[in-house]
Design a binder for this molecule. Sequence first.
Ligand SMILES: Nc1nc2c(c(=O)[nH]1)N[C@H]1C(S)=C(S)[C@@H](COP(=O)(O)OP(=O)(O)OC[C@H]3O[C@@H](n4cnc5c(=O)[nH]c(N)nc54)[C@H](O)[C@@H]3O)O[C@H]1N2
Ligand SMILES: Nc1nc2c(c(=O)[nH]1)N[C@H]1C(S)=C(S)[C@@H](COP(=O)(O)OP(=O)(O)OC[C@H]3O[C@@H](n4cnc5c(=O)[nH]c(N)nc54)[C@H](O)[C@@H]3O)O[C@H]1N2
Ligand SMILES: [Mo]
Length: 766
Amino acid sequence: MASKPPADDPVQDAPQVTAVQHAAAGLPAVAHTLRMAQRQMGVRRTAGTLRKVNQKDGFDCPGCAWPEADKRHVAEFCENGAKAVAEEATLRRVTPEFFAAHTVADLAGRSGYWLGQQGRITEPMFLPEGAERYEPVSWERAFGIIAEELKALGSPDEAVFYTSGRTSNEAAFLLQLFAREFGTNNLPDCSNMCHESSGSALTETLGVGKGSVSLDDLHQADLIIVAGQNPGTNHPRMLSALEKAKAAGARIISVNPLPEAGLERFKNPQTPKGLVKGTALTDLFLQIRIGGDQALFRLLNKLIVETEGAVDEDFVRTHTHGYEEFAAAARAADWDETLAATGLARSDIERALRMILASERTIVCWAMGLTQHKHAVPTIREVVNLLLLRGAVGRPGAGVCPVRGHSNVQGDRTMGIFERPAPAFLDALDREFGISSPRHHGYDVVRAIQALRDGRAKVFFAMGGNFVGATPDTEVTEAAVRRARLTVHVSTKLNRSHAVTGTRALILPTLGRSDKDVQAGAPGKRGTVRFVTVEDSMGLVHASRGNLPPASPWLLSEPAIVARMARAVLGDASATPWEDFERDYATIRDRIARVIPGFEDFNARLAANPGGFALPHAPRDERRFPTATGKANFTAAPVEYPKVPEGRLLLQTLRSHDQYNTTIYGLDDRYRGIKGGRRVVLVHPDDARALGLADGAYADLVSEWTDGTERRAPGFRVVHYPTARGCAAAYYPETNVLVPLDATADISNTPASKSVVIRLEQSPAD
Ligand SMILES: Nc1nc2c(c(=O)[nH]1)N[C@H]1C(S)=C(S)[C@@H](COP(=O)(O)OP(=O)(O)OC[C@H]3O[C@@H](n4cnc5c(=O)[nH]c(N)nc54)[C@H](O)[C@@H]3O)O[C@H]1N2
Ligand SMILES: Nc1nc2c(c(=O)[nH]1)N[C@H]1C(S)=C(S)[C@@H](COP(=O)(O)OP(=O)(O)OC[C@H]3O[C@@H](n4cnc5c(=O)[nH]c(N)nc54)[C@H](O)[C@@H]3O)O[C@H]1N2
Ligand SMILES: [Mo]
């Protein structure tokens, strides 16, 4: 067994500052990976487990959604994927004895890091009304409690079913089916806080809310713009793709307020040359002010429109709608305003323009740096405008590449985890199952919190994730969740959401990706090993098969949990064969094949294609744009950017190198030179000096919202750091307390976690 985690909270958040790094991966990453993995799993399990990650006969990495190349490497994972696997495959256990020793109040006083370090949850646990501790409960009783509470509701819309993006296609399909049979579209998911803005922007402009490029396209591109994304930490395998594109002559523009090590230089640990020297990736670094991207892309579009021969007129005429109106708006873009909004030099923007005009195959990649702003949707539409002007959609080596987060967040949405489902989807579901799904929209994440806060929602069920940890406005959200009658979490590991509960609470422990999912055979017969499927960021669907003995014999798989819950709640009123679904996931896939376009002959195609198969994508495959106009739409929203009052900074809340969302692996952020603590705020040295804050001073972060309310996160070490002027950065989830619940993106309602106006108040003791 691996060593037991320390009994006391080990978190002494005392950040130290070392040198900022200018290259990602390389030998230190390999050493770091093995150390982290062995601490959780021991030496033998580490080797056996990591060998199976992302292999055709293995399991899908529970880290990010970046796709695998068809030809797999023996070690098809990255440092952070290995950490994600080690967290899940850990030998540490959270048993009923653990819960007997720790009251819920005690757990609520612990850091998220400490909670996660305790290990895998082994048995279903129940917190009765008024009790101080969770106690063990049978699965049957647990489902009975859920049924009691759901049946006692005045309306099915008083229940909320949240999904985090690790859930398999099979479990997600069952969960949305259950919710709709029960009678609600209240199916918020982590995507509401993540790429919802991308989905909104792409559906309107291109007709499909997903990326339009494959890994091969990336390799063939001659210009890749990476805007608002930190792949060195969050999608490390993307660096191999960028390296390959560069080797074939591509150029790369990075648009980011921070110089991120992974975009500067990549030391590929899979090649000897890579390990030592590495490849410089970025050709042009546009160090943009937070929230300046719409202005930047609008100005670039103006320059393209005004340059003779720069617009792909054939493409625009044949495939697009709204060019004239857009071109007029673009021509009105103003240099001075753009320079103020972006903080960039004119010469840099002109250089970017020359690179764009020289490119025949352009791809734009983006992530949370573009999606989590008030004006995120028009920002992404402006990116689309640029690609449309250049005819760079539906052509090899060109297109849109929103880089998705959780490993199956895209698949969950494809399966119908969505609070605003398309009528055609519900029609197909109703036909297949003989049900009548509700047609009115449900709650997304922010609306679910508001409903809990206002007493309109009373039962909260979460398929994975860490709802109170990941959502904005921590104090408001926690108070909202505490008002629920019942909170239920299907989880692998402990997190803050298990300590902030409704009147009654359940923890339902489940199998993770790496766990072997065995369906017991008939007496005397061997059981069968089941697999599930996932969809990556580029629309490839493939199987995922765990290979480790499960963390405990009492775990149920996610599909089994949904199926049993459905039987307990719906009883004989449901004609859906829930028992068959639990026994044989192939029967779920047969239904998916009949309900969801692109999954025809699902089981047969999986068998025929061990590496997976690609879902259809009309713009990519046939330059067909299933939008309202039947064409790709230019859009011309007014340009917006955050205005920051004197003496204030614009804070972005982001990820360190040692975390996976709210799961904290460790207290270092190696590439940014931070060690041993997470309560740091990165500020440009000139801004810090102007505010009278020395490097190493301590300050409270105070956010100021338009309604006059203030929110405070105390005790952050000020680190002088080369971010863009006027901007600051600090880690999430510690800073979620600063993000007002009402501060969301227009249209997508995504929390604006990347543009929070703050002031820094030096700590009195300092
Ligand atoms: N190891 C690891 N991998 C992960 C995750 C993890 O936590 N850990 N999380 C997963 C998930 S769910 C997701 S969604 C992705 C997240 O992947 P990212 O989006 O890369 O994650 P963030 O840390 O939020 O980084 C945002 C980046 O955008 C930049 N940025 C911030 N504001 C702006 C802006 O206004 N304009 C521009 N141009 N740039 C800006 C920041 O400086 C930073 O580089 O990663 C996934 N992969
Ligand atoms: N301020 C701020 N807030 C943000 C963001 C930000 O950049 N800034 N980013 C947002 C983004 S992009 C996202 S995606 C969300 C993330 O929101 P969530 O997806 O809700 O959060 P995670 O931290 O990824 O969830 C971790 C928990 O998932 C459970 N888990 C892990 N694996 C499994 C599994 O296989 N099955 C089940 N059932 N449970 C499992 C474990 O119990 C673990 O503690 O946070 C959002 N919140
Ligand atoms: Mo995400």
